[in-house]
Design a protein around this ligand. Structure first.
Ligand code: F1P
Length: 362
């Protein structure tokens, strides 16, 4: 593996090992979900909430974006994602009808101050129903919940979330599908498909990640893929200190595309039902000189663009997690190509702890 300046890259052992081992973590999460599916459905029926609020921070806020989109789309119950801090800072302006709301916290560590405070403020507002998706089922956030979906196999040493994010996303996908009346058996294919994707996409991820001709990244996603595009943006920042942004596909035309040039890589996370519209955006960015890459869960193959083929026979609600392996590898190889150690991203810690006394109690 060569750095862009020709040196030998080092570091990132934990990160690469955790990215590479994530299919086992996905299988672990699916087993944990199956063991809890009946209880989940009973609890959902008993609660019968009018709306669902998903909350998290950083990566887990982006996971909440995908989870909320899937949940509303499959159950028909209004669902939104909030950064935990929005509930802590604005409380009743954010959480309307708390007594009719299910709050779902998403947290790798289960100890992030903002998310713990969000639960506290939700309860002070009259909210009762709290569920938790976390890698640590004995954590404070898990203990604050009446129902926990654990992804213990997602526990990791690296600061930047990889297998933790993906295994919690598998749980969120399973939850949305099960409560939306779907048969979740298609999810059982994910671990094998993930392992195949890791093997197949590593060469292109290493090639694009190490390309010295690229110095900015834009990740575009629609629907549940918008949350994944944000996670890819954050991985690229955290691991490789590169300029990276995330947008809805069509939003990119409304101003941000002004930044497109010949040193930009625009990565499109195509969604099956709307991919022709999305490919049009990528065509326009290529015409502006950008490098483009399409992650495509499609049967059609367009000879004109660099593409990563994703499985195209799963239902759209089963697919979001499959975008992650190539995107995580892209950030990883960009980091080591720059001689950085993705295991130790600059300025970051695994968990953000705050002094709770700094927050008013509502
Ligand atoms: C949330 C978080 C991550 C971020 C970084 C620090 O942690 O902010 O999203 O990427 O790793 O912690 P958690 O609540 O998911 O444990």
């Amino acid at each position: 593996m060569r750095e862009m300046d020709g040196g030998m890259a080092t570091g990132g052992q934990h990160t690469l090992a955790e990215i590479s081992s994530q299919p086992e973590a996905w299988a672990d999460a699916l087993q944990a979900f199956s063991a809890r599916e009946a209880d989940l459905k009973r609890a959902w029926t008993a609660l019968n909430p009018g709306q669902v609020a998903f909350v998290g921070c950083g990566s887990t806020y982006y996971l909440s974006l995908s989870a909320a989109w899937l949940f509303q789309g499959l159950t028909g119950v209004p669902a939104r994602a909030y950064p935990s801090s929005e509930i802590v800072l604005f409380q009743s302006q954010v959480v309307t009808r708390p007594e009719h709301t299910l709050l779902v916290t998403i947290s790798r560590s289960g100890t992030t101050t903002e998310t713990l405070l969000a639960v506290d403020r939700f309860r002070r507002l009259g909210g009762r129903a709290v569920w938790s998706i976390t890698c640590y089922p004995d954590s404070p956030l898990a203990k604050a919940a009446s129902l926990v979906l654990p992804a213990e196999g997602g526990q990791e040493q690296s600061v930047a979330q990889t297998r933790s994010f993906a295994s919690m996303l598998v749980l969120a996908q399973a939850m949305a599908a099960a409560l939306g009346g779907q048969e979740i058996s298609p999810l059982k294919n994910l671990p094998d498909l993930g392992a195949k994707l890791l093997e197949e996409t590593e060469p292109i991820a290493q090639e694009l990640g190490s390309d010295p001709g690229v110095d900015s990244f834009c990740f575009l996603g629609s629907g549940p893929q918008y949350g994944i595009a944000n996670e890819a943006m954050l991985k690229m920042k955290e691991m490789s200190l590169s300029s990276s942004e995330a947008f809805h596909f069509f939003e990119f035309r409304h101003g941000p595309k002004s930044m497109v040039n010949g040193r930009a890589l625009v990565v499109g996370l195509l969604s099956q039902p709307v991919h022709t519209h999305e490919e049009q955006v990528l065509d326009e960015m290529a015409a502006l000189g950008a490098h483009t890459l399409a992650l495509a869960p499609l049967t059609e193959t367009d000879g004109g663009r660099c593409r990563i083929q994703l499985p195209c026979y799963l239902p759209p609600w089963a697919t979001p997690v499959l975008y992650l392996p190539p995107l995580q590898l892209l950030a990883y190889y960009r980091a080591v190509g720059k001689g950085l150690d993705p295991d130790r991203p600059r300025n970051l810690d695994q968990v953000v702890f705050l002094d709770e006394s700094g927050f008013s109690e509502g």
